[in-house]
Design a protein around this ligand. Structure first.
Ligand code: ASP
Ligand code: MG
Length: 418
C-alpha cells in the first residue's frame, strides 16, 4: 500500500468541526488507496495554556513534569481524530508517543528523536486499519518518561514518520496556503511558490518564515522526504500548496526565490578591542557559554594607529536576538572584568532589522549582491552589516526601513513573476 503522512496543525484541529473537516481530507486519501499516518497538534492555544499552567504552578518547574502536562494537548486531538474517522466508517486507531514508541533523548522540553520502530503500527495496518493517528510533539525517553520535542515539534514528528515509513509524501496542513516569496503582509506582490528546494526553505525557516519548525526541514532534507505545505481550509488537489523538495525536482530556478526579514535583531559593537590572535575566541566563547545566539559578525581590519592604544586595535560588531542583549552585555562585562578581553565601549543598537535574499541559483550566478545593494541604495537605505553564504545574502539595516527594503528587493529580483 502506498502511504501518506498528513499533519494537521493547531488551527486545523481547533474545534470539532475543524477536526471533522480534517478527517474528511484523510478519508479522501484513504478512498484514493492510501494508508495514512495522521499527525496531530494540540487544538490551537491549548499548548500555550498548558505552559501557562505549569509556570503558574511552579516557576522553576521540573522539566519532566512540564513535558507530562504540555504533551497532553496532542493526546486529546489524537483520540478525537480517531473517533471522528471511525464515525465516518474509516478504520482508525490513535497512538500516543510512548505507545509507538517514539524514542527520543532525555533532554526534556527539547528532546531529539532517536528512532521510531515500525512494528506496532505496521501490524495494525496489516490487520486492516487504514489510518494511524499519532499525537505529535511527544516521545519517550530512555528512562521511560514522556518527552516533548520543542515548540512546533509536531512538524518534526510528521517528517520523522514519513522517513521511517517511507511515505510517498508528507503533507503539512496549516492555516496558510503555502510558502510565499516573502511575507504577504509586507507586500501584496508576494507570490506563492509552487516548489522550493530544501536548502532554500531551511534558510527561510530559520530566517523567520514561521511556516515550519526548522528541524523538520533539516530532517526532510536529510531523508529526502517530499514535504508539502497547504491550507486545511481549502479544497485542494495534488498540486495545491508548496512542495518542498530536492533541487533536482526543480527544473529551472530563479537566482533569488525569496526575501526574508526579521525585526527582532540587535547590533552590538565592542569599540577598540585588541587586534591579536585569540581575540575572537576570547569574545565569542563567553557569549556561547551564556547561551547567546550570535548571528552576523564583522571585524574591522585595523588600518589605523590610535595614539592611546599601544598595539593595534579593531572594532568587533555582531548581531544577536534582541531579547538576548542584556545577557550578551553581561557576558562581555564579565569577560572584561576577568581580563580576558579589553574594550573602550560597548555600543548597542536595538533599532535594526535583518533582510535577506535567498536562492539556490546564487551558486551559479554572479552579481546578486551588487543588484541587492543597488536596490537598497536607490531607496536611500544604509547597510550596517553584511553577511553572505552560498545561497543567501543578509544585511542589517535600520528597522524603520525593513518593509521598504523587502518591497524594493522583491521588485528588484522580479519575484512577482513566475
Ligand atoms: N502543540 C505544540 C506547540 O504548540 C506542538 C505543535 O503544535 O507543533 O508547540
Ligand atoms: Mg506549527
Amino acid at each position: 500500500m502506498p502511504l501518506l503522512v498528513m499533519k494537521f496543525g493547531g488551527t486545523s484541529v481547533a474545534d470539532l468541526d475543524r477536526i471533522r473537516n480534517a478527517a474528511r481530507k484523510v478519508q479522501r486519501e484513504v478512498e484514493r488507496g492510501y494508508d495514512v499516518i495522521v499527525i496531530v497538534s494540540a487544538m490551537s492555544g491549548k499548548t500555550n495554556e498548558l505552559v501557562g499552567w505549569v509556570e503558574q504552578t511552579s516557576p522553576l518547574f521540573d522539566a519532566r513534569e512540564y513535558d507530562a502536562v504540555v504533551s497532553s494537548g496532542e493526546n486529546v486531538t489524537a483520540g478525537l481524530m480517531a473517533l471522528t474517522l471511525q464515525e465516518m466508517g474509516v478504520p482508525a486507531r490513535s497512538w500516543q508517543g510512548w505507545q509507538v514508541p517514539i524514542n527520543t533523548t532525555s533532554t526534556h522540553s527539547a528532546a531529539r528523536l532517536v528512532d521510531i520502530p515500525r512494528a506496532n503500527i505496521d501490524q495494525k495496518f496489516a490487520e486492516g486499519m487504514k489510518v494511524a493517528v499519532v499525537a505529535g510533539f511527544q516521545g519517550l525517553s530512555p528512562e521511560g518518561r514522556i518527552t516533548t520535542l520543542g515548540r512546533g515539534g509536531s512538524d518534526t514528528t510528521a517528517v520523522a514518520f514519513a522517513a521511517a515509513f517511507e511515505a510517498e509524501r508528507c503533507d503539512i496542513y496549516t492555516d496558510v496556503d503555502g510558502v510565499y516569496t516573502t511575507d504577504p503582509r509586507i507586500t501584496s506582490k508576494a507570490r506563492k511558490l509552487p516548489r522550493i528546494a530544501f536548502e532554500e526553505m531551511l534558510e527561510l525557516a530559520s530566517l523567520g518564515a514561521k511556516v515550519l519548525q526548522t528541524r523538520s526541514v533539516e530532517l526532510a532534507m536529510r531523508y529526502k522526504v517530499r514535504l508539502r505545505v497547504l491550507s486545511s481550509f481549502e479544497d485542494g488537489d495534488e498540486t495545491s500548496g508548496t512542495l518542498i523538495c530536492d533541487e533536482d525536482e526543480i527544473m529551472e530556478s530563479k537566482v533569488v526565490n525569496g526575501v526574508a526579514s526579521s525585526r527582532d535583531e540587535a547590533k552590538i559593537t565592542l569599540v577598540t578591542v585588541e587586534d591579536r590572535p585569540g581575540i575572537s575566541a576570547a569574545i565569542f566563547a563567553p557569549l556561547a557559554d551564556a547561551g547567546v545566539n550570535v548571528d552576523m559578525i564583522v571585524q574591522n581590519i585595523s588600518e589605523k594607529d590610535y595614539d592611546d592604544h599601544p598595539g593595534s586595535v579593531t572594532d568587533m560588531t555582531f548581531s544577536v536576538p534582541i531579547n538576548q542583549v542584556e545577557r550578551a552585555k553581561r557576558a562581555m562585562e564579565e569577560a572584561r572584568q576577568s581580563g580576558q578581553i579589553t574594550y573602550d565601549e560597548l555600543v548597542v543598537d536595538t533599532e535594526v532589522a535583518k533582510v535577506s535574499v535567498v536562492g539556490i541559483g546564487m551558486r551559479s550566478h554572479a552579481g546578486v549582491a551588487a543588484r541587492m545593494f543597488k536596490a537598497l541604495a536607490d531607496e536611500n537605505i544604509n547597510i550596517k552589516v553584511i553577511s553572505t553564504s552560498e545561497i543567501k545574502i543578509s544585511v542589517l539595516i535600520d528597522r524603520k526601513y525593513m518593509e521598504l527594503a523587502v518591497q524594493a528587493l522583491h521588485d528588484a529580483f522580479e519575484l512577482e513573476q513566475a
